[in-house]
Ligand binder design. Structure first.
Ligand SMILES: Nc1ncnc2c1ncn2[C@@H]1O[C@H](COP(=O)(O)OP(=O)(O)OP(=O)(O)O)[C@@H](O)[C@H]1O
Ligand SMILES: NCC(=O)N[C@@H]1O[C@H](COP(=O)([O-])[O-])[C@@H](O)[C@H]1O
Ligand SMILES: [Mg+2]
Length: 396
């Protein structure tokens, strides 16, 4: 066990990335008396407000990252976003630091190439057909080989940034430019994927702990422009399809190893399950578990990484989430409509507290429970439609 935060006996968790998901991770760690340090590329990130202290650094700068971690000497390093100098994490792990779930898993999942090659080529999991391209010419060739429509994404990006659909060969140049603008890190490599016509898509939250592997009930979701707008749990699935999905999730998470929660993203098609990608951390679509499960995905992550047993997770009620996204840009804004949203039955709201808005930035989420997922979805969406981000144009 451990002593009080700030004491020599404390257990210290350092979070790399401090958005809405990290905020909940910090809250769960605080509940178990852990000392918490939040790190991100900008000040006043959501998790910074609930951590014991915080640092603002460029997490893609390997030297800055190593210097900070060697000075802080955390017991546990928890990556919260992909865009981290994962080479530095590997060096730190070799020095004896504990990286969640492992530095290798963080490296393989930080870029789409690492995880796609592992899943499709090493494990033989079914995925959409894909190619990689480093230039517009290579992209044109990939589009030619895969046919249209196809989906183009920077190898390092998340929440749909830089993603576009190439509907005809002439769109390739626009897609290339979109990818360059949206990439989170330097570099121009993109993945080109055949467009999958799926019936639905799910996140299978998979937890590896000292007790073994457990799965949360599947979470269904809807994405717009590559970013999630709505999720619900449980997603109705027949037993055989769920077993197939769990086998794939087990294969890929066993390969990645370590302890913690993984968000395994899968497409459900007429011909079975396709693997899409995996996050070795809580998943945005899994925010719904804050109202549906006895232990949220954040509580599960923290318990698993602290080395505690986790035999099962209970679904308490069907539920759904819906997102609030900003339209304007700037630091002078207010989130309105909370009173109306909270007047809806069995509904909660999480306002993340991000200090600045930009078009498409996720600012809050609504969470509703009901006797079935369809009712919960309707109410969560209604609640989200009552929320607005009002930006004051003339202020900085
Ligand atoms: N090959 C594809 N065919 C059809 N739809 C796709 C394909 N690839 C991605 N999508 C759609 O775009 C969404 C986002 O894609 P993906 O998960 O690869 O991007 P991301 O930027 O990593 O998103 P996040 O960080 O939110 O997980 C998917 O959930 C799916 O709805
Ligand atoms: N799909 C991944 C995802 O949802 N990640 C979450 O969004 C934050 C970044 O938000 P921002 O871009 O608004 O700063 C991340 O820090 C994480 O919490
Ligand atoms: Mg995804």
């Amino acid at each position: 066990m451990w002593g009080a935060p700030f004491s020599a006996q404390s257990r210290k968790l350092l979070l790399l990335g401090s958005g809405e998901l990290g905020k909940e991770v910090i809250i769960e760690a605080q509940r178990l008396g852990v000392e918490t340090v939040a790190v991100d590329r900008y000040d006043n990130a959501p998790a910074m407000g609930v951590a014991h202290r915080s640092h603002c650094i460029d997490m893609l700068d390997a030297e800055a990252l190593k210097a900070l971690i060697r000075a802080e000497k955390p017991d546990i390093i928890v990556p919260e976003i992909e865009a981290i100098a994962t080479q530095a994490l590997q060096e730190l792990e070799e020095e004896g630091f504990f990286v969640v779930p492992t530095a290798r898993a963080a490296r393989l999942t930080m870029d789409r190439e690492g995880i796609r090659r592992l899943a499709a080529e090493e494990l033989g999991l079914p995925t959409a057909a894909y190619r990689f391209a480093d230039s517009l010419d290579e992209l044109r060739q990939a589009v030619d080989e895969l046919g249209t429509p196809c989906v183009i994404k920077p190898i390092m990006s998340s929440s749909g940034k830089g993603q576009s659909i190439c509907r005809k060969p002439e769109d390739a140049e626009d897609c290339w430019n979109t990818a360059l603008e949206g990439a989170r890190a330097k570099g121009t490599r993109v993945i080109v994927e055949a467009f999958v016509t799926f019936e639905s898509e799910i996140t299978l939250l998979t937890v590896r702990s000292v007790s073994g592997t457990i799965f949360c009930p599947p979470i269904g979701h809807i994405q717009k422009d590559g970013d999630y707008v709505e999720s619900w749990q449980p997603h109705p699935m027949d037993a055989a399809l769920l077993a197939e999905a769990q086998l794939m999730a087990k294969a890929v998470t066993d390969q990645l190893g370590g302890r913690g929660i993984f968000g395994v993203e899968l497409f459900l098609t007429a011909n079975g399950v396709l693997f899409s990608e995996v996050s070795p951390r809580p998943h945005d679509t899994g925010m719904v578990t804050m109202v549906t499960q006895d232990l949220s995905e954040f509580a599960l992550h923290v318990r698993a990484i602290l080395g505690f047993p986790l035999d099962s997770v209970q679904l308490l009620t069907p539920g759904a989430s819906a997102t609030l996204k900003a339209e304007g840009e700037g630091r002078a804004f207010v989130v309105s409509g909370l009173g109306e949203a909270l007047a809806l039955p069995r509904t909660q709201v999480r306002v993340f507290g991000k200090p600045e808005v930009r078009p498409g930035r996720r600012m809050a989420v609504t969470l509703s429970t009901a006797e079935d997922v369809e009712i919960a979805r309707t109410i969560a969406k209604q609640a989200a439609s009552m929320l607005t981000v009002e930006v004051y144009e003339d202020e900085q």
